[in-house]
Structures are given as C-alpha cells and as structure tokens.
Design a protein around this ligand. Structure first.
Ligand SMILES: Nc1ncnc2c1ncn2[C@@H]1O[C@H](COP(=O)(O)OP(=O)(O)O)[C@@H](O)[C@H]1O
Ligand SMILES: [Mg+2]
Length: 279
C-alpha cells in the first residue's frame, strides 16, 4: 500500500555517506591525483595510506571542500556534488580535523570546543558551554578535570581527542582525520585510535589518513593505498592481512631488494630466523 513508486529515487541511507569515483586533481602542471576511488560508509573506517607526496592531503581537501576536483565524481549520500567551500562540506555533515589542528592555544578548552559555534546571541553562555564541553568529552571517555585550562597545555593526543569529540557533538556524519597519530608516541597514538573507533561506533563514517599501516590495521575496515597520486591498492579488511598491507605499502619487492642491498653492503645485520631465539 505504502510501497514507493517504482521510479522513486533509492533511499538516502542506501547510498554510502561519501563516494569518490575516479577523482582527479592537478595543481597547474602537477598531477596530484588521478583516478582515485574511495567509499565511506556509516559505522566504518576507511583508511588512506601513502608516503609523503602520495596525494593524501589533496584527497581530503577535496572531500572537505577546500579544493574542487577536476575529474571524476564526488557524491555525498548519493548526490553528485562539487563543493566550493569548507562551510558547504560542514553543512553536509563532513567535519575535517587537519594535521595542524586549528586551535587557539591560549584559549580554554571549552572556547576551542565552541570556536565558531558559540552559544548565546549577545553574550556568550559560558556556564552552559563549559558544562557541555565537559559532558561531550566525558561521553567519549575523556575525563578532563578542568575545561578552563588553555588547550595549549593538553598533549597532542588529547587535542586530537577534543577535536574528535567536537565533531561528534556538532553532528558530523563523516569525520576526516589527516594523520592524527603522525606526531604522537605509541601510547598517545593508541588513545587517539581508541577515540577514532569510538566515532565509528557512534555511527559516523571515518576517513583516517596515515602513513602507518599498523595504525590503519588496528581500526580500519577499508584500505586505500596511494602512490604518486594514483591508487596502488584498495581492499576491504577481509581481503588483506597486516603483513600484506605493510608489504604493499613498502612497495613489496622494492623493500626486499633494498634490504638485500643493505645486507650485501654490510649495513644491515644478516638475516636471522625471527622468533626462533635459541639462547
Ligand atoms: N597547493 C599545491 N600546489 C601545488 N602542488 C601541490 C599543492 N598541494 C600539494 N601539491 C603537490 O601534490 C602532490 C600531493 O601532495 P599531498 O596531497 O600534500 O600529499 P600527501 O598529503 O600524501 O603528503 C605533491 O607532489 C605535492 O607537492
Ligand atoms: Mg599530507
């Protein structure tokens, strides 16, 4: 009775949150991206891997509305788009946390949390903003005793976590993270990855940029490998092991060749049976 007409558009939630198909981008004569495809689904983490200069930041700048793509298609919830500003991406639920977090170090945590979205029409409603910041962080399992402390006093990992909690609080559907663990040690990286997983568990679609296959494999559902602006691999988690991903990332045979040469040159220690410590 209530069945939709046969020619109705597919349900919005049947389409992936974000879909890039054969996207390309040039900076003048520099080819930054060519024929790159990426799928971002609700409740899943899509990892983008690649070395410096591979095109990772370019890819997320397209998703974030900072640069427009000049080939291929970009769809948000099934609708073809060409974004012309970050505001447009944000309005469509796409929040991006950049490598160099756009925070004001001397401002309190709660001010940074509400930066650009302050409550109160004429006078800021400070108590509510403080309480909301504390609650939002607590809901992510971050117990920050003092949200009045300058955000510059937090560790890099904590600042990433605040940025993630902020995106979730303001209703993002897609969270894009540019190398959130790049400048962090092992322990802090683990903490940040925990909150990346929490964002996924909250139902967001996450794009995680990293050059660390171990970090990617800890949380990722999909893996896109970029090399010099092109796709060098695209796998679901079921299709690839960490070892394969690491090898693919390192360039497989290139790496074997390099280690062979280093050994011949006497730079690297001779090959040993790893794990078989006979002493
Ligand atoms: N604004 C720009 N103008 C010109 N070339 C750029 C610009 N941004 C990036 N590039 C070039 O595009 C390529 C990809 O860069 P980028 O996306 O930053 O890679 P990644 O984030 O993987 O390190 C590089 O060759 C880089 O030099
Ligand atoms: Mg980059």
């Amino acid at each position: 009775m209530n069945a939709p007409p046969a020619d109705a558009a597919p349900l919005a939630d049947a389409a992936p949150l974000v879909e890039l198909v054969d996207v390309g981008k040039n900076y003048g004569s520099v080819l930054a991206l060519r024929d790159v495809s990426l799928l971002v689904e609700a409740g899943a983490i899509s990892c983008v891997l690649g070395d410096n200069g591979a095109g990772k930041s370019t890819l997320i700048k397209i998703i974030a509305g900072l640069h427009a793509h000049d080939a291929g298609s970009y769809r948000i919830a099934g609708e073809e788009v060409r974004l012309s500003s970050p505001r447009e991406a944000l309005d469509r639920g796409i929040a991006t946390v950049y490598q160099d977090l756009a925070v004001v170090p001397l401002m309190p945590v709660w001010r940074n949390f509400f930066l650009g979205s302050e409550l109160g029409r004429f006078r800021m409603d400070v108590p509510t903003m403080r309480a909301t910041t504390r609650d939002a962080l607590l809901r992510m399992g971050i117990d920050l005793r003092d949200v009045d402390q300058p955000i510059g006093t937090l560790s890099g990992g904590e600042r990433q976590c605040v940025a993630i909690a902020r995106a979730i609080h303001f209703g993002a559907k897609v969270l894009v993270l540019d190398e959130p663990t790049a400048a962090l040690g092992v322990k802090q990286s683990g903490v940040v990855l925990k909150y990346v997983a929490a964002a996924r568990d909250a139902g967001l679609g996450v794009v995680l940029i990293t050059h660390n296959p171990h970090h990617a494999y800890l949380v990722g559902d999909r893996f896109l490998l970029l090399k010099r602006g092109r796709m060098a691999g695209s796998h679901t988690r079921a299709e690839i092991t960490l070892e394969q991903l690491t090898a693919e990332m390192a360039g497989g045979s290139e790496l074997a060749e390099l280690s062979h040469e280093l050994r011949r040159a006497g730079v690297a220690p001779p090959e040993s049976e790893s794990g078989a410590d006979g002493t």
